[in-house]
Ligand binder design. Structure first.
Ligand SMILES: Cc1ncc(COP(=O)(O)O)c(C=O)c1O
Length: 274
């Protein structure tokens, strides 16, 4: 698959960034993951807007969104056709020293693509022993400092689960490593508010717009006690949760989940850049 770096399109085996790139050295960067179905990026404008928000939150210079959009088009147009792919836009502080201070360097922008399998019909989740800090400097930003998510996801795999769920410091339900979470309690569709420390997921926002639902703080145990629950995210769309910490939920998928998945599928097919 071709890779675009700072305006240049390269074969993936020739795509290089410096070992002094601050994104590599200290995770000083932001990113987006975008679904590309049948060669068409989904919700690109929302993802670019969030990239800019994350960059501003991290104190990076504003990304040139038109240049990155051109990179997205170039990569999609030259990539071999695959039914489903995952696009990654990475924007870092560029060259820097071997510590946390920043140099005034031009940023590094990368657009890469990889083929992706369709999401599984359902997922088992494990609540991890670590908390999301809803007061942290990076809260709500999609930064390349994702090692905490890598560790949590490996914990989930060790516990026979495909996604890890975090509570926040208040003990409330927050989010997954690459997903937002919805629960159905007494027939009501609920998801944690952004103040819980979760990322403002593009899929989460579209589900709230298209399928309804309310933002409400819930204790993390509400997930295991829910009538039904699902994850949302770019690589999963609306994915029913089957088990929480090894215990099966009452309905998989339940009627509210089924409806949300159906509405999301229909609307997304109608509007590729909603
Ligand atoms: C921590 C985190 N929460 C939630 C999400 C879901 O967001 P989206 O629906 O935009 O993929 C992601 C994935 O991007 C994420 O990394």
């Amino acid at each position: 698959m071709p890779v675009w770096i700072n305006g240049e399109l390269l074969p993936d085996n020739e795509a290089r960034i410096s070992v002094f790139d601050h994104g590599l050295v200290v995770g000083d960067g932001v990113f987006e993951t975008i679904k590309v179905a049948g060669g068409q990026p989904f919700a690109l404008s929302r993802h670019l807007a969030r990239l800019a928000t994350s960059a501003a939150g991290l104190g990076l210079p504003p990304p040139d969104l038109e240049q990155i959009r051109a990179g997205v088009t170039a990569v999609v147009q030259t990539a071999p056709a695959v039914p489903l792919a995952r696009m990654r836009i990475t924007f870092t502080a560029g060259m820097g020293p071997l510590g946390s201070e920043r140099a005034k360097s031009p940023a590094t922008a990368v657009v890469a693509l990889a083929e992706q399998q369709s999401p599984a019909e359902f997922v088992d989740v494990a609540v991890v022993p670590w908390r999301r800090n809803e007061f942290g400097a990076l809260t709500g930003l999609k930064t390349t400092s994702y090692a905490e998510n890598v560790r949590a996801l490996s914990y989930a795999a060790e516990h026979e689960a495909g996604e890890a769920i975090f509570a926040n410091t208040a003990g409330n339900l927050c989010e997954g490593t690459g997903t937002n979470v919805f629960v159905v309690v007494d027939g009501r569709l609920l998801t944690p508010p952004l103040s819980s420390g979760c990322l403002a997921g593009v899929t989460r926002a579209l589900v709230l717009e298209w399928a309804g639902g309310a933002e409400e703080n819930l204790p993390v145990d509400a997930l295991a006690d829910a009538d039904e629950a699902f994850l949302t995210g770019t690589t999963r769309d609306v994915q029913p949760i089957r088990k929480v910490n090894g215990s099966k939920l009452a309905a998989v998928p339940g009627p509210v989940t089924r409806k949300a998945a159906e509405v999301f599928g229909t609307q997304a097919a109608e509007s590729p850049d909603p």
